[in-house]
Design a binder for this molecule. Structure first.
Ligand code: NAD
Length: 318
């Protein structure tokens, strides 16, 4: 079997091995593939592996040897799964691989807002402590989380992991989810969305992006929040109306935001959040510790092996 990986760099920048795929066939790996090269590089491959490179009907029409598309991610919106289904092409994803890493990152963003450790370390290295009149200094209000309320929107795998860590920090945890579970009830009290907006000192977003959740953090809902609320988002950028959030950060209504995702990625230079007050932005790296990427790699290899054996798993276009 000819296997082509079109954009392997973010999954494996050199610290993992592709050998699992090599054992399954004749493997070609590209770090990244521009749109105009997709069809040429797939050529006569039977298995195509992608992370964010789009595979649409045009590609399926032009590359009739494709039998399998493996997505190196949970979200598979980059593949036209209906066009694949019409041609009998199996599309598989990685349903879960980085729950602990993503939960940990949500808390990392929050702790950075509470302590600005990177800023204070930079200040010390720049000589500010050495030359300071007092025995210590800080440039931002330092925030203790114990006793404060974290409201989690979307209380699934990552939401619950984040909730467990927040509880370990002494926070009260409340959650809003369309589906409630006993596992969720052990960590948090479920409340309505409006009550969550009203009662939370910190709001952390962990629901998927759907038409119904797009723009859910907007002017109207921000008005329902406590003054000085902290907002964390490492789910999906379009959950937030960025112009509305930027305005709320600049007015102080929202004290700070910690974001690992934005509406368009990579971020555009004119994104209003780049100039907003107290806004920490990281380049979509919650998923990316080596441990998570290794798990993702192993599952991606298992998916292709299962397909070759005629018993595909994690199929998203049955
Ligand atoms: P999950 O399916 O386990 O949990 C999602 C939860 O959201 C479910 O409990 C679901 O019932 C709930 N939900 C659905 N619609 C809702 C709504 N309208 N309002 C409130 N809750 C709703 O998924 P997960 O593994 O916890 O992942 C959550 C999200 O994290 C993913 O959708 C993805 O966008 C994001 N994610 C980000 C990264 C990253 O690197 N930044 C990595 C992995 C996942």
């Amino acid at each position: 079997m000819n296997i082509v990986i079109l954009d392997g760099y973010t999954e494996n920048p050199g610290d993992l091995s592709w050998e699992g795929f090599e054992k399954l066939g004749n493997l070609t790996v590209y770090d990244r593939t521009p749109g105009e090269k997709i069809i040429e590089r797939i050529g006569k491959a039977e298995a195509v592996i992608v992370n964010k490179t789009p595979i649409d009907k045009k590609v399926f029409d032009a590359c009739p040897t494709i039998k399998y598309v493996g997505v190196l991610a949970t979200g598979y919106n980059v593949v036209d799964i209906n066009a694949a289904k019409e041609k009998g092409i199996v599309v598989c994803n990685i349903p879960t691989y980085g729950t602990d890493a993503v939960g940990q990152f949500a808390i990392a963003l929050l702790l950075e807002i509470c302590h600005h450790t990177a800023h204070h370390s930079d200040a010390v290295h720049a000589g500010r402590w050495e030359n300071n009149k007092d025995w210590c200094f800080w440039d931002y209000p330092l925030i203790e989380l114990a006793g404060k309320t974290m409201g989690i929107i979307g209380f699934g795998r990552i939401g619950q992991t984040t909730g467990r860590i927040a509880k370990a920090l002494g926070m009260e945890v409340i959650a809003y989810d369309e589906y409630q579970s006993d596992a969720g009830r052990e960590i948090a009290k479920y409340v309505s969305l409006d009550k969550l907006f009203a009662d939370s000192d910190v709001i952390s977003l962990h629901c998927p992006l759907f038409p119904s959740t797009e723009g859910m953090i907007n002017k109207e809902n921000i008005a329902k929040m406590k003054d000085g609320v902290i907002l964390i988002n490492n789910s999906r950028g379009p959950l937030i109306n960025e112009a509305d959030l930027a305005e709320a950060l600049n007015s102080g209504k929202v004290y700070a935001a910690g974001l690992d995702v934005v509406s368009t990625e990579p971020i555009k230079g004119n994104n209003p959040l780049l100039k907003a007050k107290n806004c920490i932005i990281t380049p979509h790296i919650s998923w990316a510790p080596k441990e998570s990427r290794k798990r993702l790699m192993d599952i991606a290899v298992d998916n292709l092996a299962a397909f070759i054996e005629g018993k595909p798993i994690n199929v998203v276009n049955k």
